[in-house]
Design a protein around this ligand. Sequence first.
Ligand SMILES: Cc1cc2nc3c(=O)[nH]c(=O)nc-3n(C[C@H](O)[C@H](O)[C@H](O)COP(=O)(O)O)c2cc1C
Length: 322
Amino acid sequence: MALRIRDLEVDIPLALAPMVGLSHSALRSLIVQLGGAGLFFTEMLSAKRLPCENEKRSPFLVRDAAEKPLIYQIFTSQEIELECAVDRLAELHAQGIDVNLGCPAPQLRKMGAGLELSRQRGTVTTIIKGLRRQTNLPLSVKIRLGETGDPAKLLENCQLYQDLGVDLITIHARLDSEKFCRKPRWSVLGKVTPKLSIPVIANGGIFTVDDARRCLEQSGAAGLMIGRGAAHQPWLFRDIAKELYNVKPNGILSNEREVYSRFITLLEARFVPERRLGRLKQFTHYFASNYSFGHLLISGIQNSLSMNQAVQFATDFFDNAA
Ligand SMILES: Cc1cc2nc3c(=O)[nH]c(=O)nc-3n(C[C@H](O)[C@H](O)[C@H](O)COP(=O)(O)O)c2cc1C
């Protein structure tokens, strides 16, 4: 069951995905408390800005020591940014560095990062080589299936990263152009994973224990990464770990209301006041689908002008739902 990434031993091969505005310290800590996740990724961080961020105040860098192992995901398009970024990540005690090679967001593509970087063969080679030269930390990349999902092309790409010294590849099982609502193509990974010597983590469309089981079977991956499902049901890792890896649950929270209010407590503990409400709104967008009248929770939180107002609305909502 354990996953080895260079010299990093991951007990349970279930990872929280990098997600802007969601994979921050509060959600990571909540998942740590619920149990079941063996690996965490930060949201994508600008390699250029990283050296200037204050780890005590920046919402991107605030972290509790229990959130580990934590791989910091960076986006970049220039080798020149790497040296300072790698030094900073070492200071922050990163357990690994991941390069975003799969994000199709136009802002990222415009600067030649994310998915765009993966298409610039020369530049991506220079960047990965540079990172490998500068750090002994586990190095990973997160990619998509490519333009067509051709397994031969995907394998060629993965082998390139492996040859450049990458220790782990996460594959989001959707084509470059596909939206998150499209069905993931886990079986394409199954044609690639047996031919690589480094581990692959499969990602995309895992919302239940059954999804996790089928994804593992079809992809042959060494582990799974969960994105939106983690904000929808932060206890999903615990459920999958119990069913698929025989891990005894160590979770301390018993119902959805308690999970939501623990999340609020963690937001208040980790972030300065002006950084809390936006993150609560984003989390609620996913969490609310646990309730048949969840759209009311979403609109109440979205329309709240302060954290106090949001907390009051949530209290009333849960009282009525009980
Ligand atoms: C709100 C949001 C933000 C995301 N931000 C990132 C990111 O910073 N870096 C990245 O590599 N992928 C990002 N993704 C993609 C996820 O990591 C993941 O690949 C995708 O959501 C598919 O997994 P899922 O079906 O389990 O959600 C983001 C996805 C969402 C929904």
